[in-house]
Write a protein that binds this ligand. Structure first.
Ligand code: ATP
Length: 237
């Protein structure tokens, strides 16, 4: 098991200014799999996402992306924009939409062909009914649908999402997790950060716990029980 690793972090050290916050992080993100990165506040989860996406350059260690024939290619120095072209995408913070543009115009930013937009409308009939309406007038849940819809039509190879459920209503969170599972089943490799474990654990395939800048435990979801969760959050593993 390892041939299907799409994104690989090895020995990542990174920080801000003189302060190192990651002290050697190893992670494997696999095709068709959801990896939940969990851990207490300040453990380094967001920084790990930033390194994976190319927003923070590590002081040492490597980020590798599977290329043709599963050969791993070093992308440590590749910018976030270049990485997104290679299929490594960081889910947009906030909603990533333009409120004054219509739904149709927003979709056209990502999906040039009417055919691709039609597929979005098929999947989200609520959006279809209001395609001429400014995106800013949609509910929070609908805006979320609009933001993620293009990913279903043009799935990335690797999707990194930092607390996608933060501040959203429970119904919207449910929808996002359904969507995440849909992407997983399409073969996308997903790295999802959450502060709270309860919901993400219902969809995760693998789990990694972070504690003070290190991965303290990683393994299959099935091996995560109450005792392990408690230990991870108390930092005693
Ligand atoms: P949280 O859920 O609070 O975001 P986290 O596990 O995602 O926690 P990080 O956000 O990666 O952790 O933060 C790790 C450490 O790096 C913290 O001590 C934080 O204060 C520090 N840090 C994060 N971002 C910056 C920044 N832009 N500049 C300086 N220090 C930062």
């Amino acid at each position: 098991h390892g041939a299907d690793v799409l994104l690989r972090l090895r020995g990542i050290r990174a920080g801000y200014g003189d302060v190192e916050v990651l002290h050697g992080v190893d992670l494997d993100v696999r095709a068709g799999s959801i990896l939940a990165l969990l851990g207490a506040n300040g453990a380094g989860k967001s920084t790990t996402c930033a390194v994976a996406a190319g927003l923070v350059v590590p002081t040492s260690g490597t980020v590798e992306l599977a290329g043709q024939g599963d050969v791993m290619r070093d992308i440590t120095r590749l910018s976030a924009v270049r990485r997104s072209r290679d299929g490594v995408l960081l889910a947009p913070e906030g909603r990533g939409i333009f409120p004054s543009l219509t739904i149709d115009e927003n979709l056209a930013m990502w999906l040039r062909s009417a055919d691709e937009r039609a597929r979005v409308y098929e999947r989200f009939p609520g959006l279809a009914a209001r395609r001429k309406v400014p995106a800013g007038s949609l509910s929070g849940g609908e805006q979320q649908q609009l933001a993620i819809a293009p990913l279903l039509v043009r799935p990335p190879r690797v999707l990194i999402a930092d607390e996608p459920s933060l501040g959203l209503a429970p119904l919207v969170v449910e929808e996002i997790f359904r969507f995440v599972v849909e992407l997983r089943d399409m073969g996308v490799a997903l790295l999802l950060v959450e502060e709270k474990a309860s919901e993400i654990l219902t969809v995760a395939d693998e789990v990694a716990f972070m504690s003070v800048g290190r991965v303290s435990w990683r393994g299959p979801r099935a091996e995560v029980d109450e005792a392990r969760l408690t230990a991870a959050y108390l930092g005693i593993e």
